[in-house]
Design a protein around this ligand. Structure first.
Ligand code: CP
Ligand code: NVA
Length: 304
């Protein structure tokens, strides 16, 4: 039987994603649920980029499920080129039970999954960040109920990994996803076409006010993702009109919530009054990384 990888939201059925999210809510309500489900199991976490939330929540989550996590960096394990990926996958599969991988090139992730005989989880690539979006969905549902029929707005980089995973989520949850991004930084026509074909409702504009108008949920992320540091100055100029501030939030519904995956750069993509204000649910979404990840690991290991 092939391993149960968790690589991207759109590769799963809506039922599967909703099941994982519902188990996430369950383990949040009852922290001792599945307390020993992964006893004796080991998770290898491989990071080729920095992390606070993903690293800590996977480690703590694995411990709460009775298992153990080990932290590796790409350079320590000599993950130098894509030719070393299959061998790393084969060797790790003999030692551990589950791998979480944060890497630059999405092809490294799929290559690892292809050659591993144990489940592989996407801990972020340049292209996508599915675990983050599971946590965001949980936070939205806790505060406002079902996403069905709601309007979610994104403003900033339309090719950001979190934005792309939200596009994938729109294929499973019947919400309208309005994305405001400058030309050249909008989602590709291929991904929008694929999303529409799979039932998503997505609108792309270069006007943040029109994307946010009457939205139930406003999202953004850093304008300079990990690996894009050399372009910081130009990207900050290009994205300045896309900042989430009080004036932009005023375009959304009065009870709209704000989320950001973190780390956030106050005064750039979001102002302090918004991220630290009453509409922000970023800390609940950050906490939910722990619960969502526990659900993902339980699913990968065939417990749920
Ligand atoms: N949101 C998120 O993935 O944070 P880290 O980069 O700190 O893991
Ligand atoms: N888009 C950001 C997300 C960080 C969690 C990055 O890739 O750096």
């Amino acid at each position: 039987m092939s391993p149960r990888h968790f690589l991207d939201l759109h590769e799963h059925s809506a039922e599967e994603i909703k099941h994982i999210v519902s188990v996430g809510h369950g383990v949040k309500k009852n922290r001792s649920l599945h307390a020993n489900a992964l006893a004796g199991k080991t998770l290898a976490m491989i990071f080729e980029k920095p992390s606070l939330r993903t690293r800590v929540s996977f480690d703590v989550g694995m411990n709460q499920l009775g298992g153990h996590a080990i932290m590796l960096t790409g350079s320590e394990i000599q993950l130098k080129s894509d030719t070393s990926i299959p061998d790393a996958a084969r060797a790790l599969s003999r030692y551990v039970n589950l791998i979480m991988f944060r890497t630059h090139d999405h092809g490294y992730l799929t290559g690892l999954a292809e050659h591993a005989t144990i489940p592989v989880i996407n801990g972020l690539t340049n292209d996508t960040h599915p675990c983050q979006v599971l946590a965001d969905i949980m936070a939205y549902e806790e505060h406002r109920g079902s996403l069905t029929g709601k309007t979610v707005a994104w403003t900033g980089d339309g090719r950001d990994n979190v934005c792309t995973s939200w596009i994938h989520a729109a294929m499973h949850y019947q919400f309208k996803f309005k994305i405001a991004a400058p030309k050249g930084h909008q989602p590709t026509t291929e991904i929008i076409a694929m999303a529409h074909e799979k039932g998503a409702f997505i609108e792309v504009t270069d006007d943040p006010a029109s994307a946010v108008k009457d939205a139930d949920c406003v999202l953004t992320d850093t304008w300079v993702s990990m690996g894009q540091e050399a372009e910081s100055i130009t990207r900050r100029e290009i994205f300045t009109p896309y900042q989430v501030n009080a004036a932009l939030m005023a375009q959304a519904k009065k009870d709209a919530v704000f989320m950001h995956c973190l780390p956030a750069y106050r005064g750039l993509e979001v102002t302090s009054d918004v991220i630290d204000g009453p509409q922000s649910i970023v800390w609940d979404a950050a906490e939910n990384r722990l619960h969502a990840q526990k659900a993902v690991m339980l699913w990968c290991m065939g417990v749920i």
